[in-house]
Design a protein around this ligand. Structure first.
Ligand SMILES: [Zn+2]
Length: 365
């Protein structure tokens, strides 16, 4: 960390002169494309460079805004931290009660696409937080100790801003990884960081992407969205880009089976899914309310094998669907599925056979 000090003695916040007991640190990013510290920190100390608009924050301002530090670029392009208020001064950064408990700093944003710059300031910020945690005896993993501005809002102690999540998430980072990285810097960490959650991704359940009014739910967990779609005929799960990701069009994820006399759900599951105990999956997929089925009824069979025409398979069955024995040389080869029907697959030329096999008698390779 390249820590410098230039206290904003001309800012009204400094002049207000209130102190806090530091219980945490709030991380901000500026929300403006200007990575240079001189935009906010001045006057020029020889390293910052001159702000030719003279709009830095060390002066009376028309807004009540002031943080305890900034991280960004010096004139020469290297990264530095500037402390701009005593760390235990009451700042004006959160727009809420966090001003009374949290010290703060801003990371100067750039165009948000430069990974190298991001990684440098991210690292600098973790070092600053480790330093502050030592200074105030804070646990970096403690609940509510190191938080982003947006987390402050979620906790009801800050205004509604999204920083720094929108920037961190572009490079696979989150406040969770940040806290873990601070902890690691402070030494002795055995906690593995959680992978960053793709924040804010919702799976929407609608009839079509265009028909927004048909939406009957939006879920963070895909499995929950799928369940909703299963419960409502004609509905699909859409990803953020509007692609229908579930259910797949018929034939892709299911095969169709026509019930014959003497069948039971158990027997069908045993034959087609390899385990009779899996019959509830068939019931669910077909929205059956009872176990009674009748000859001629068409059933969707879950894509256990998820076998599709064109898939390459090996034969595991010892007999063809006709009952004839499968010769060893057929088992040794890889075959292409040319047709799927009623629990059977047809393996096609040019592999040497054109015979029907039970669908559970082949294995995708
Ligand atoms: Zn903020």
């Amino acid at each position: 960390m390249n820590l410098n000090k230039l206290i904003f003695t001309e800012n009204a916040c400094y002049k207000a002169g209130r102190k806090i007991k530091v219980k945490g640190i709030m991380v901000h990013s500026t929300g403006a494309n200007n990575p240079y510290l001189k935009r906010y920190v001045g006057p020029d100390d020889g390293k910052l460079g001159k702000n030719r608009y003279n709009n830095h924050w060390n002066q009376p301002m028309d807004r009540q805004v002031c943080v305890h530090g900034f991280i960004g670029k010096l004139q020469d392009g290297t990264i530095a931290t500037y402390q701009t208020l005593p760390w235990d001064h009451r700042g004006w950064h959160a727009g809420g009660a966090a001003n009374n408990t949290h010290t703060s700093f801003e990371i100067c944003e750039d165009g948000l696409s430069d990974r190298s710059y991001f990684e440098k300031v991210y690292k600098e910020a973790t070092e600053l937080c480790a330093y502050l945690c030592e200074l105030y005896n804070l646990n970096p993993l403690g609940d509510g100790v190191i938080i982003g501005h947006y987390e402050g809002h979620q906790r009801g102690i800050a205004s509604n801003h999204g920083d720094p999540r929108h920037w961190f998430s572009k490079f696979g980072k989150s406040m969770d990884t940040f806290r873990q990285d601070v902890k690691r810097l402070m030494g002795g960490s055995t906690v593995t960081p959680k992978p960053p959650k793709p924040e804010g991704v919702l799976y929407r359940v609608r009839k079509s992407w265009q028909d927004k009014k048909s939406q009957i739910g939006a879920y963070k967990v895909l499995a929950n969205a799928k369940r909703k779609a299963d419960e409502n005929s004609g509905y699909f799960v859409f990803d953020e880009s509007g692609n229908a990701i579930y259910p797949k069009k018929a034939g892709e994820e299911y095969s169709t089976y026509t019930v014959v006399s003497g069948d039971s759900l158990w027997r069908i599951a045993a034959r087609l899914l390899g385990d009779g105990r899996r019959y509830p999956e068939i019931k669910k997929l077909n929205r059956l309310t009872s176990d009674i089925i009748h000859a001629g009824q068409k059933l969707k069979i879950p894509g256990s094998s998820a076998l599709k025409v064109g898939d390459m398979v090996k034969v595991t069955a010892s007999r063809y669907a006709t009952g004839k024995t499968v010769p060893g040389w057929v088992k040794e080869r890889t075959h292409k599925v040319s047709q799927i029907e009623n629990g059977k697959v047809l393996l096609g030329w040019p592999d040497g056979i054109a015979s029907w096999l039970p669908i559970d008698g082949v294995k995708k390779v």
